[in-house]
Design a protein around this ligand. Structure first.
Ligand SMILES: [Zn+2]
Length: 336
């Protein structure tokens, strides 16, 4: 019988892959907790897991990012190399690096009963490995058929043009995005030879240092609360980067750009005289999610209904388009 083989997402948002292994949330009774990446919606119950699990693992990049973000539990994480297998009881667990933010990994559990369970975590399909599995737990953030974005190159080009044009007019630019996306935007501008100094919030500054440690070229940048950073913000032509929650730190006379995955079918849109929204996302869009499932060819797909998005619609579309049984988990979206 085709079934989810007891793979599900609990009400505490833990992705349960086997008898021993959970990811990105805590559930009592499981010995191994995996942290797939450093975004906050994948860190639920981490303090509890550190107290109650035998082992909490992540990639070394994720551990470094969590330390930089000031998560005290991070020092108890055991860093595992991408591709290495960890044995927990009868289960073999493997972290498979994938493109999202630095350090992101998918998780493959090969179980005692022979079932191969894969958790996609958040991912972009570019360069995502094809991992054959029996049950796939799938990110469903952009699971509605109208959640389709233009090509990444068009988005990159639009973003760089908006920044370069503003700087050429002598106007500073302030960019808003979550960690990972901001560092990607910084590196992109440097590759395009934008040489204005960057200013970033103190939190972004610490995260950027970790990105540099792993080979990203971010050029000259300063903390917005440091002596030099404050002077650059006040007096010099610059590009500043903040989290979307830090908009109050921005000077409204600057050109402002919000980086979001929630803009579809166009690379960017202008929402005010100096305000733009750019369609830059670390996630796969709807078409890419379907393509990914088709590549992995699981016997069953569990769509993640605990982290927002469109898990119910996505499960229906997977069944309709690919003929693979699929269901959202938990069946009703977790709202707390
Ligand atoms: Zn994420």
């Amino acid at each position: 019988m085709i079934s989810n083989c007891n793979v599900f997402i609990s009400h505490s948002k833990a992705v349960v892959l086997g008898k021993e292994t959970v990811c990105d949330g805590h559930e009592d009774g499981y010995r191994l907790r995996v942290v797939t990446h450093a975004h906050s919606d994948h860190l639920y119950g981490l303090r509890e897991s550190v107290r109650k699990c035998d082992l909490v693992i992540s990639t070394k990049e994720t551990k470094d990012l969590l330390m930089a973000l000031g998560r005290r539990e991070a020092r108890f994480l055991v860093a595992v190399n991408g591709g290495d297998a960890i044995r927990c009881g009868e289960e073999k667990v493997r972290l498979i690096p994938v493109e999202h933010i630095l350090g992101t990994a998918q998780v493959l559990v090969e179980r005692e009963d022979g079932v191969r369970c894969l958790y996609s975590s958040d991912f972009r399909i570019h360069s995502a490995p094809i991992v054959k599995c029996d049950v796939l737990v799938l990110d469903s953030t952009y699971g509605s058929p109208d959640n389709v974005r233009p090509k990444m190159e068009e988005v990159h080009s639009a973003f760089c043009t908006i920044v370069e044009d503003a700087l050429a007019r002598g106007e500073p630019v302030h960019v808003f995005g979550f960690i990972g996306k901001v560092q990607e935007a910084m590196a992109l501008l440097r590759r395009k030879k934008v040489d204005a100094p960057f200013v970033v919030s103190p939190r972004m500054y610490r995260v950027s240092k970790i990105y540099e440690k792993y080979g990203f070229c971010l050029g000259e940048y300063y903390s917005s609360e440091g002596h030099v950073g404050r002077k650059v913000l006040e007096n010099d032509l610059h590009v500043a980067f903040f989290s979307p929650l830090e908009k109050h730190r921005s000077n409204i006379s600057c050109v402002q750009i919000e980086l979001t995955g929630w803009l579809f079918k166009t690379p960017y849109t202008r929402i005010g005289e100096k305000n733009y929204v750019v369609s830059l996302s670390g996630h796969s869009d709807f078409n890419q999610l379907i393509e990914y499932v088709d590549r992995c060819r699981p016997s069953y797909v569990v769509t993640d209904n605990s982290r927002g998005g469109q898990a119910v619609k996505l499960a229906k579309e997977i069944e309709k388009r690919l003929g693979i049984p699929a269901s959202p988990s938990p069946p009703k979206e977790v709202t707390r």
